[in-house]
Design a protein around this ligand. Structure first.
Ligand code: GUN
Length: 282
């Protein structure tokens, strides 16, 4: 059996079209476009590429893009003062501070300074708490994108066994919370789990977010399971996921790397921005 490939690129393009329609409706009603501010500290090449892509996607969706590039030696107080200005700026609906930040800046102090209702990354503890308790908030882009892909394949997620590999605040924890909200039976496995394979073998849904190239082995996968590969690992062989490509021979459906989860992240960021704008106006 060969798995159905989940076309995240096509799904993301459809989502971006829907966001553009919603952004145009917002602009008609509010007399201004939804606005996303992206803050980049330093010149990390990968972060620069991400920030440029986010700006382009924002404009393509008919929204206002505000880019703030600060030098790598900017002080924490100055960065926080910028966040305060963006919080107070009514033309800004979403604020994203690109991570990682230079080591002399306390990431937590910056993230917690962002107005939770403008926190389109969903990283603020208030939004993590809202997600955990089922309140309306802003949800981290990558796990929400994974959930959208999963819902497309499994319109009814309730009761399915889901295993999330990895427990980061950015992907693993919010992913597990989203799947629990959908009434999946959720197991999170991590570096201290005794029998990772034993857990994965039982899963109808596997979400791999560990950042280890080819970590998930084909023989771990239950035949027919749906596999979402969040890994984007740069290796000598190019971009590879967290799942061994042989898993495509066992799974029922699987996301390719690249072209699976990756394109969803920016599309959901656009979605979160228009959602934040609508809620702030409403
Ligand atoms: N760095 C890598 N991915 C992300 C992301 O989704 N959000 C932010 N703010 N920084 C990142």
């Amino acid at each position: 059996m060969t798995a159905r490939l989940i076309d995240g690129k096509a799904f993301a393009a459809t989502l971006r079209d829907r966001v553009a329609t919603a952004a145009a409706a917002f602009a008609r009603d509010a007399g201004r476009k939804p606005g996303l501010a992206v803050v980049l500290v330093g010149e990390d090449p990968a972060s620069s590429v991400y920030v440029r892509s986010k700006g382009k996607a924002t404009i393509a969706a008919g929204m206002e893009s505000f880019e703030h590039r600060l030098s790598a030696d900017v002080g924490e107080a100055e960065l926080i003062a910028l966040v305060d200005r963006l919080n107070a700026d009514d033309s800004v609906d979403g604020i994203l501070v690109q991570l990682p930040l230079p080591r002399h800046i306390d990431e937590r102090a910056v993230i917690t300074r962002i107005d939770p209702d403008k926190d389109v990354d969903g990283f603020h503890p208030v939004n993590a708490g809202r997600l955990a308790t089922g309140l309306e908030g802003l949800v981290p882009c990558t796990p929400l994108g994974c959930l959208m892909l999963l819902q497309d394949i499994h319109p009814q997620l309730a009761g399915l066994e889901a295993v999330v590999i990895g427990r980061s605040n950015i992907v693993g924890k919010p992913m597990a919370a989203l799947l629990l909200q959908q009434s999946c039976t959720v197991t999170t496995v991590h570096s201290r789990t005794r029998d990772v394979m034993g857990h994965v073998r039982r899963a109808d849904i596997v979400v791999a977010a560990v950042g280890i190239p080819g970590f998930v082995q084909p023989e771990w996968i239950k035949p027919g399971a749906t596999v979402i590969d969040v890994g984007i690992n740069r290796t000598d062989a190019g971009l590879v996921g967290d799942v061994d490509p042989g898993a495509a021979e066992v799974a029922g459906a699987i996301t390719p790397v690249p072209g699976g989860v990756g394109p969803m992240t920016i599309a959901v960021l656009m979605r979160n921005t228009v959602v934040a704008a609508a809620r702030r106006a409403g």
